[in-house]
Design a binder for this molecule. Structure first.
Ligand code: RP5
Length: 155
């Protein structure tokens, strides 16, 4: 199964590249593209409605400002959607966060921290690892290394 990584603008890629790098590190198959809720609404509908049949298991959607992309995608697919609020210039990403996190009951978006693209990828990996023992082993190793690195840290 693939992860779909989408973002509202090319300008979001500086942040969303961290999700892509993490997926690559885990060897998870993914596709990435710009899909804008406001500038390409028809593409958004097509992307969300065909995602499952294209073999996507989890969608990571990043957007900033009036960040309607993750919620609108979630409204049109039963797949898990992880929303990444991208830090905006005007309001430091609080606008992005509030646009994404306050979904109505029944249409969930799992929202990360502002610019939390790495964790979005890790959530996607966790979901896919439920049905993929090799990926689950990689995730265990990642967490064990992270713990070991902290324990041996010298300051
Ligand atoms: C949002 O507007 C995008 O997700 C981006 O974070 C923000 C600014 O987009 P650009 O004007 O840089 O294309 O739709």
């Amino acid at each position: 199964m693939k992860v779909g990584v989408i973002m509202g603008s090319v300008s979001d890629y500086e942040v969303m590249a961290e999700a892509v790098a993490m997926l690559e590190a885990f060897g998870v198959d993914f596709e990435k593209r710009v899909v804008s809720a406001h500038r390409t609404p028809d593409l958004l509908c097509e992307y969300a409605k065909t995602a499952r049949e294209r073999g996507i298991g989890v969608i990571i959607a990043g957007a900033g400002g009036a960040a309607h992309l993750p919620g609108m995608v979630a409204s049109m697919t039963p797949l898990p959607v992880v929303g990444v609020p991208v830090k905006s210039r005007a309001l430091n990403g609080l606008d992005s966060l509030l646009s994404i996190v306050q979904m109505p009951a029944g249409v969930p978006v799992a929202t990360t921290a502002i610019n939390g693209a790495k964790n979005a990828a890790l959530i996607a990996v966790s979901i896919l690892a439920l049905q993929d023992a090799a990926l689950a082993a990689k995730l265990d190793a990642f967490r064990a290394k992270q713990t070991a690195d902290v324990l041996k840290a010298e300051i």
